[in-house]
Design a protein around this ligand. Sequence first.
Ligand code: PEP
Ligand code: CO
Length: 395
Amino acid sequence: MTALGQVAVASAQAVPWPSAAAVHAVTRELRDRPPLVDLASCTALRARLADAARGRALVLQAGDCAEMFHEVTPHATERKCAQLELLGQAMTGRTGLPAVLIGRMAGQFAKPRSYATEPGPDGVPIPVYRGDAVNSAAPDPLARVADPRRMLAAYTHSAAVLDHLSARRAAVPVWASHEALLPEYEEPLVRQEHGTRYAASGHLLWVGERTRSVRGPQVRLLADVANPVGVKLGPGTSAAAIIELVEALDPRREPERLVLITRLGRDRVREVLPGLAAAVAATGARPVWLCDPVHGNTIRLADGRKTRVVPHLVAEVRDFVAVLTAAGLHPAGLHLESSPDQVTECVDEVEDLSGAGPVLPWYASACDPRLNPGQAVRVTRAFLDAFTRPAVVRP
Ligand code: PEP
Ligand code: CO
């Protein structure tokens, strides 16, 4: 327990549901609902990712840290897609490579947490917010009780966003991705088409830094489905762990199967990434390498809010591109937390942290701080400034 009365969360991030029977009833109901995505669209994304693994395409995966039910509207979805499109156009304009656009959307409703509780409004600890699929962000002990029926609402809101994405797919496709954190939600949505099992909750699912144990339920679930899958890799990732993950998730070494998303922190990239890249290369896997420069560079302010400093993210992106390029690998793109709104959750310069600290007047994220449009452009531009198109595209 910390000085704030916070209790560390069990490593598997198991949700403290008050009633197993109620979870069971929801699981049964999810099993009876139609799949949210079909196998063909997951396979189509795999084909695009194969291009990225081979150095023929770039990838931009971005969106909210945590989507919120009340923000799901066609207008909001369209604005998020437009932001992805704009960044993708910058990537293509500078490199001539097509950009594969993947939203952290249509299912990004569950959050892993470092602590089970946080200080409530009167200083008394209350259960931590775990995403709209589990509890409410309202800082109230009752609102924070995990309610399994929220997983049904997560399904419904995901369906609304996916309808919007499908309607616009003919123009510029945006694929849906989320962290596969809740086995209670994901397992009943695993479906079978023509003998192939796939996760029908989204096109691409990833496992987070806290749940990527190969013996954990999240990796076991993803090992068993045909979708493209992502893995977050923090600075403590060992070569042995990454080899186990490749074995579990990409046993056939398919170039479109695995997306490795490093989130090392700006001070650790040069030290850690060469070893990870070499360990993966030795397995024969050919993953899509993405840089998440946000999760390893989070700063907690005195008022408890989290922020990030754009030049820190820029530094991580530059080192990521430099290390992979030096290793003869294709730095395929970025994984960002971003918003189409002019939010002030991240700061533009290091100096903004000095004195009394930043004011951050528009802080709307339910979880981690997001880049506003101008900040997302800066980070993407840093990627493109460092990127050199490979002289030889691999077969
Ligand atoms: C996230 O992507 O919001 C997240 C929690 O990331 P990580 O698992 O890398 O910490
Ligand atoms: Co986050």
